[in-house]
Design a protein around this ligand. Sequence first.
Ligand code: LLP
Length: 394
Amino acid sequence: MQMRQTPYYLYDTELLHRTLEAVQTEIGKYNNYVVHYAIKANANPMLLPIIQRAGLGADCVSGGEIEAAVKAGFHPSKIVFAGVGKSDWEIRTALHNDIFCFNVESEPELEVINQIAAQMRKSAGVCLRVNPEVGAHTHAHITTGTAENKFGIALSEVERVICMAQQMDHIRLRGLHFHIGSQILDMNDFVELAHRINEIQEQLQQKGITFDTINVGGGLGVDYDNPHATPIPDFKSYFAVFHEHLRQRPGQSIHFELGRSIVAQCGSLITRVLYIKQGTGRQFAIVDAGMTELIRPALYGAHHRIESITADPATLQLTSTLPFSTADDDLQTYDVVGPICESTDVFAHNIRLPRLQRGHILAIRSAGAYGETMASQYNLRPLPKSYDLCSTEI
Ligand code: LLP
């Protein structure tokens, strides 16, 4: 069997199916809970139709993502469009496709959407993104719900912007949108968000303002340390938190925008060891993948579990329960680094792996979210290819 050219992404679509089933089972317990998949996490055309067929909607942040969602079969009535800087063509693309709603982040954006919708003789569904001033306990670069960052409309401004929106002829105000950050594992952060939303809804109700839609954003984290132990995130606790703490008004639908928790664990970045280099006091495993394929370690100091799989997965028995096991117990300590001309191009420092040699294959786990979509062509490298672990096609 031929060896695939590394580096490449390998997706376990069977695990993706099981993850989506778990989501559907949990939301099925509650009334009007709607999940939109955050396409920014992974827009691979092999995965999107699977997610669409499982019944999820799509959360998009660009015109390109709206086009990809429509192409993958997501019904426009299940598409939401967020982002602080929507350009005119992107707004037109969204209106042209009659998406469910724009998550609007500022007053000037609302005005522009109203103007473009008037020109196109359309009515734009809108949720206002409110900055809830809830700090998530996660990496500072992926926290979004606090006053100092660029996202959303300040709490003190919300009522005024709602009144503005209500007076615009081409805006149909559907509700409020929130998002506090990503890779959140402390459920108390979501409890805090739910309580803040209750307060906001109560204050608005006193003024006679109620909404059919509350969108709580995404953010549920995954277990990067032990992907084998927790291949499917704890959706049960996550949705139960909102059921228990968020006061849902009669007829109101609660929307979620999950990205990482849907796709992170089903993807691995497969890379080959090029050289073992003895440095001063350390040993480098130089691999053929770099920050161009997976930037998370370089950008956020993110940890991804690295496993030696010693042979190309294409040559192993193709099964979705592929254990990525180590064949050798002669452990060595390595810094696993990429080939890019940047000192931050490091996947891991001081990790223990079976003795490696040129040609050995490593799997960088939990790379299904914000891996392939954040890949770049820096150093004029080609974008990574991808394969389905569950397909026998080579
Ligand atoms: N909704 C909004 C408004 C968002 O900004 C995001 C993610 C999501 C939903 C999906 O969040 P998730 O369920 O995936 O946590 N590149 C970073 C993550 C950036 C997240 C950006 N926003 C990383 O690799 O960790």
